[in-house]
Design a protein around this ligand. Structure first.
Ligand code: SPV
Ligand code: MG
Length: 294
């Protein structure tokens, strides 16, 4: 458990430990609570799903302060450490500095930034997305590390070379440069349907720094394979939003069709459950403490 640790230290331990860790996606305060109740030890604040929950595309349509406000709701809703999907860092080194500082001030334990250009495009869209210049991206990493408000804040550098079709050598070259620039870990991303290139990268990388993966497209690979390969952290990147979408769509369709709540009432969470999840019991207790007795 993370008892007695700051959230910065807790995330650092999850990322740095030799044991495999799992981060579960959340996109708002409620989903962050659900991640915690499921027993996960950390949250992935996905850019894709945080955007989608706002009805926006994963293209930096939400401003960075709008993202920060969403993240603050998540940090307030759970005691778990949160790894923030920082996209490209919202600009150049200077934007990264300010973003990293504000994340730390609001209790977000770490950030992952990717070596692409602002405004970013989701990795699963199109082919051959342009990558950042290596030296320029290293500047973003250094600036981020120099701006962290807590020594245990985690900055992860995400390598998009395999996604962009630039090959293994380029992916390794970039990962090594980002490691040298001070990244705490490397997220190596792939959109293939099998884990082959991820495992090849992992073998070539060795133990230079912890590796983080996002097996959204190569979902059929057993987790034992990642454990054996020495992967540090697996991110289940978008599955709460995707499951909510199916559930919401079914409920809406049923109510529209029936013009009645009869069929859905037994299928949806009770109103009492909503009260419980957002902590109404604590408010009742506080009212007894702080409101004049009536
Ligand atoms: C996200 O969850 O927003 C990610 C992972 O960055 S991916 O969508 O695979 O790019
Ligand atoms: Mg993202």
């Amino acid at each position: 458990s993370h008892a007695g640790m700051t959230r910065f230290a807790a995330l650092r331990r999850e990322i740095m430990s030799s044991e495999i860790s799992f981060l579960m996606e959340a996109h708002d305060g409620l989903s962050a609570k659900i991640v915690e109740e499921a027993g996960f030890r950390g949250v992935w604040a996905s850019g894709l799903t945080t955007s989608a929950a706002l009805g926006l595309r994963d293209s930096n349509e939400a401003s960075w302060t709008q993202v920060l406000d969403q993240l603050e709701y998540m940090a307030d809703a759970t005691r778990l450490p949160i790894l923030v999907d920082g996209d490209t860092g919202h600009g150049n080194f200077n934007n990264v500095r300010r973003f990293v500082r504000k994340l730390g001030e609001r209790g977000l334990a770490g950030v992952c930034i990717e070596d692409k250009l602002f405004p970013k495009t989701n990795s699963f869209i199109g082919e051959g997305q342009a990558l950042a210049d290596i030296e320029e991206f290293c500047g973003r990493i250094k600036a981020g590390k120099d701006s962290q408000v807590d020594d245990d804040f985690v900055l992860i550098a995400r390598v998009e070379a395999l996604i962009s079709g630039l090959g293994m050598a380029e992916a390794l070259r970039r990962a090594e440069a980002y490691h040298q620039a001070g990244a705490d870990a490397i997220l190596i991303h792939s959109k293939r349907s099998t884990a082959e290139e991820i495992l090849a990268f992992t073998r070539a990388w060795g133990n230079r720094a912890p590796l983080v993966i996002v097996p959204t497209m190569y979902y059929a690979t057993p987790t034992a394979v990642y454990r054996e390969a020495g992967i540090s952290t697996v991110i289940w990147a978008n599955h709460l939003l995707r499951s909510a979408l199916v559930a919401m769509r079914e409920t809406a369709a049923r109510i529209a069709e029936d013009e009645s709540l009869m069929r859905v009432e037994g299928q949806v969470a009770s109103v009492q459950e909503v009260f419980r999840l957002v902590g109404n019991a604590e408010l009742e207790q506080a009212e007894r403490q702080y409101l004049p007795a009536r």
